[in-house]
Design a protein around this ligand. Structure first.
Ligand code: 9MR
Length: 467
């Protein structure tokens, strides 16, 4: 499988060659921008979305225990979680914020914090909210009091969940939120206020790295560039303003509209000013769901060809959007049914792309089942071995090369004196830890982390192989 990774890498070069030629003739990619920790080290974020189950539990908590977090670290050495929040739980009544809910979120964050994870809080929604049907058969996120369907229908016989987005009642609920109807200007204000409440609660929690303002925005009857540069940008401006009133430091991540952009099409999201003191801390958190895979195909044959082309567009278009936004990229979601042919290859390809771009990534999702790392019975599936790979958790400078080959990890960076580089090494490839050239390593067998001291300045290239 690790050999397949190298092969896939070679194939990527061939497949992307046409894209690369096109890219060279267009706008050059801007300066590399990365998420940094409090010491200024570059973070490579590697983990999961946790969890889809939070959408429908009555207290909006994911079905997750502290032991599950411990097991995730033992099995895969992750350092990152995109943690799902629900607006309905933050603000159950207009203007009333639920501190018990935020306490429960804080408790879960502490499980991650104790293990050195970084947390991205994601205000999740799909299909507006549970109020789109009388029995909450679909939809999560928005509270019932913010759901205005005007009596328009929402049929319930869809073969895939995304089709609910096309229902007249769902479109109307979004049109009211974005104030396209001119009837509910208060809704966006409430949403921004809910973010302020979350920021007020978590601004001093060092494990909380960022806020992902809205999951997979949907424009209702305003779509594409008109939506992204209009009401979506307006929502983001208001959220940024309200968050920054209480929290100067936490990163803020923006999602493009989901439809089309998740399939690799360009986003028109404009730059949003960051009023914080110091360098702006606003980044881009797009999703990646190549259309054939989204429709349930495996990564093989014609679907594989199409998906490879998608990866090429997605990369170019995402780099361009991140350059415009002026910040780092976190791939907030990618994932597929791991029982489909080629699924492991696809995940490896995306992780390789993450290394190449120095891009954080969160797999969708941590929930048990065919997409996730574990089965309903808790048995590890094929995803565990793919996610359990060597990577630099933190880098003492600005990276120019991260490459995970078979039993060999290369990490090249311009050192900036921010501290040691920390490298996670999986047990299958590095049973006795790693030896390193380019720096001096100390192996922590319990955490499976190699901490490498390097010169504080100049170009550093670390090559790690099994000890
Ligand atoms: O995998 C999730 C599926 O079980 C739910 O029915 C659906 C609707 O809530 O959401 C799926 O998760 C999606 C996520 O919320 C947003 N991005 C795409 C994910 C996969 O379709």
């Amino acid at each position: 499988m690790k050999r397949a990774r190298l092969l896939a890498g070679a194939l990527t070069l061939v497949v992307l060659a046409t894209g690369a030629v096109a890219a060279a003739t267009r706008q050059a990619p801007g300066p590399a921008r990365f998420v940094t920790d409090e010491r200024g080290r570059t973070l490579l974020l590697h983990g999961f979305n946790t969890a889809s189950s939070a959408k429908s539990t009555s207290d909006a908590m994911p079905e997750l225990t502290e032991a599950d977090v411990e097991r995730e670290y033992r099995d895969m050495g992750t350092n990152f979680v995109r943690f799902l929040l629900q607006w309905r739980a933050v603000e159950p009544r207009p203007g009333v914020y639920d501190s018990e809910y935020l306490d429960k979120v804080a408790e879960r964050i502490s499980w991650y914090a104790e293990r050195g994870y970084h947390v991205l809080l994601d205000m999740h929604q799909d299909l507006w909210g549970p109020g789109i049907t009388p029995t909450a058969v679909a939809g999560n996120g928005a509270p019932a009091w913010a759901t205005h369907l005007d009596g328009l229908p929402v049929a319930q016989d869809h073969w895939t969940w995304e089709m609910y987005y096309l229902e007249p009642g769902v479109i109307r609920a979004f049109d009211h939120f974005w104030n396209t109807t001119g009837e509910h200007p208060e809704l966006m204000e409430h949403y921004a206020g809910a973010w302020r409440a979350v920021a007020e609660r978590f601004k001093d929690e060092p494990a909380v790295l960022g806020y992902d303002l809205m999951n997979e925005p949907w424009g209702g009857s305003v779509q594409g560039a008109a939506f992204e540069s209009g009401p979506l940008a307006e929502l983001y401006r208001r959220c940024v303003e309200r968050i920054r009133a209480v929290d100067n430091d936490t990163w803020i991540f923006l999602e493009p509209q989901a439809v089309g952009v998740n399939w690799g099409l360009p986003s028109a999201l404009p730059a949003i000013a960051d009023p914080r003191e110091g360098e702006p801390r606003i980044g881009l958190a797009p999703h990646l769901y190549p259309l054939p895979l989204d429709l349930g195909e495996g990564y093989e044959g014609g679907s594989r060809e199409w998906t490879d082309r998608t990866l090429g567009w997605w990369k170019e278009n995402t780099l361009r959007a991140a350059d415009r936004i002026g910040g780092p990229i976190i791939l907030g979601e990618f994932g597929l049914d791991m029982t489909k042919p080629g699924a492991e290859d696809l995940v490896e390809r995306v992780l390789d792309l993450g290394d190449e771009l120095g891009m954080g990534r969160a797999y969708w999702s941590r929930d048990p089942g065919p997409w996730g790392p574990y089965s309903e019975k808790g048995e590890p599936g094929p995803l565990v071995a793919v996610m359990n790979r060597a990577y630099p958790r933190a880098i003492g400078g600005v990276p120019y090369r991260i490459e995970a080959g078979e039993r060999r990890l290369t990490v090249g960076f311009e050192a900036n004196g921010s501290g040691p580089t920390e490298i996670y090494l999986p047990a299958d490839e590095y049973p006795n830890g790693g030896k390193v050239t380019g720096g001096t390593g100390v192996w922590d067998a319990a955490r499976r982390v190699l901490t490498v001291q390097t010169p504080a300045q100049g170009r550093v290239e670390l090559v790690v192989t099994p000890a």
